[in-house]
Write a protein that binds this ligand. Structure first.
Ligand SMILES: NC(=O)c1ccc[n+]([C@@H]2O[C@H](COP(=O)([O-])OP(=O)(O)OC[C@H]3O[C@@H](n4cnc5c(N)ncnc54)[C@H](O)[C@@H]3O)[C@@H](O)[C@H]2O)c1
Length: 291
């Protein structure tokens, strides 16, 4: 586990507790710019990636205690030092039940509880159908679908055991609903995430736990730039402006999403204004999937 030794930008919020039951918040309190008194423990998984790191920054900026976890620890130390405060770093393989169990235990010990799970871990192995291997299919499902199930189940057990009205936000993709070439395993794994989240939302609602999905469109992170677009100098142009030969619209808003666009959706779904939203898929794609 990594902890920050710097005070950084963290603003500790007096009177907060991970065991505090969420109170109803007047939306005007936020609209008028007042800070919501909070300090919930937010576990962000996939925190070394583009969207996960943006979530760590966004939740810390929103006054939450953040536990950041990833398989890769490469950029974790720098991220935690940048965010500062009580932010902690953890190692996890989301496809491994024992590793996920250890992560939840570590976070509960380090922060005294767990209030929000944000899962931004994922893998993308693009390949034409005829060349997709069983290994490609299995690893994609192990991380994207089984990982989402294992993390959500473990977090939900933690919430229910402690009587917490917790929040779960998971990242799927617009390709859960629209087909794309060379991505059969990835698209199918994201469809599994959306439907699993809806079923979890139904079961957990009586316990006061919400489960929601953010489905990004093309977002400027390593997953897109380093994998999907790798080796294609025109790829960015094609994605933004469309490819009529393939009947792809492009992105009507005219740019790739930034990781911070995706993190803002998670902060909303985990926050006080989203208390009555569950089983929802929030699409953040600049209109990419409209037609
Ligand atoms: N970038 C996009 O265009 C885009 C579009 C749609 C959906 N998404 C989804 O958003 C989420 C975040 O994507 P991103 O763009 O930040 O990707 P990214 O590749 O930058 O980050 C993904 C992170 O997941 C981690 N990870 C992979 N396997 C893991 C495992 N077994 N255990 C723990 N961590 C593991 C990686 O180490 C990496 O840090 C993913 O679920 C992705 O599928 C991204």
């Amino acid at each position: 586990m990594v902890t920050s030794s710097t005070a950084g930008r963290w603003r500790h919020v007096a009177g907060s507790s991970s065991r505090r039951i969420a109170r109803a918040i007047d939306p005007l309190e936020i609209a008028n710019g007042a800070r919501v008194v909070d300090g919930r423990v937010v576990l962000v998984v996939g925190a070394s990636g583009g969207i996960g790191a943006a979530c760590v920054r966004a939740f810390a900026d929103a006054g939450q205690r953040v536990a950041a976890a990833d398989l890769k620890q490469g950029t974790m130390g720098a991220l935690i030092a940048e965010v500062g405060g009580p932010t902690t770093g953890h190692s996890v393989d989301v496809s491994d039940p024992a590793s996920v169990g250890r992560l939840i235990d570590e976070v509960e010990v380090a922060h005294g509880g767990l209030d929000v799970l944000v899962n931004a871990a994922g893998v993308l192995r693009p390949a034409p159908l005829l060349e997709t291997t069983i290994e490609d299919w299995d690893r994609t499902f192990a991380v994207n679908a089984r990982g989402m199930f294992l993390l959500s189940q473990a977090a939900a057990r933690s919430f229910v055991r402690r009587g917490m009205p917790g929040r779960i936000v998971v990242y799927a993709s617009i390709v859960a609903r629209i087909a794309r070439p060379n991505n059969v395993a990835y698209c199918a794994s994201k469809a599994a995430v959306v439907q699993a989240a809806r079923c979890m939302a139904l079961e957990l609602a009586p316990m006061g736990v919400t489960v929601n999905v953010v489905s990004p469109g093309s977002t400027a992170t390593a997953m897109l730039l380093g994998t999907q677009m790798a080796g294609d100098r025109n790829a960015r142009e094609t994605v933004v402006h469309g490819d009529l030969a393939a009947w792809r619209l492009g992105i009507p808003i005219g740019r790739l999403a930034e990781a911070s666009d995706q993190a803002a959706a998670a902060v909303f779904l985990a926050g006080p204004l989203a208390g009555h939203i569950t089983g929802h898929e929030l699409i953040v794609d600049g209109g990419q999937s409209l037609v």
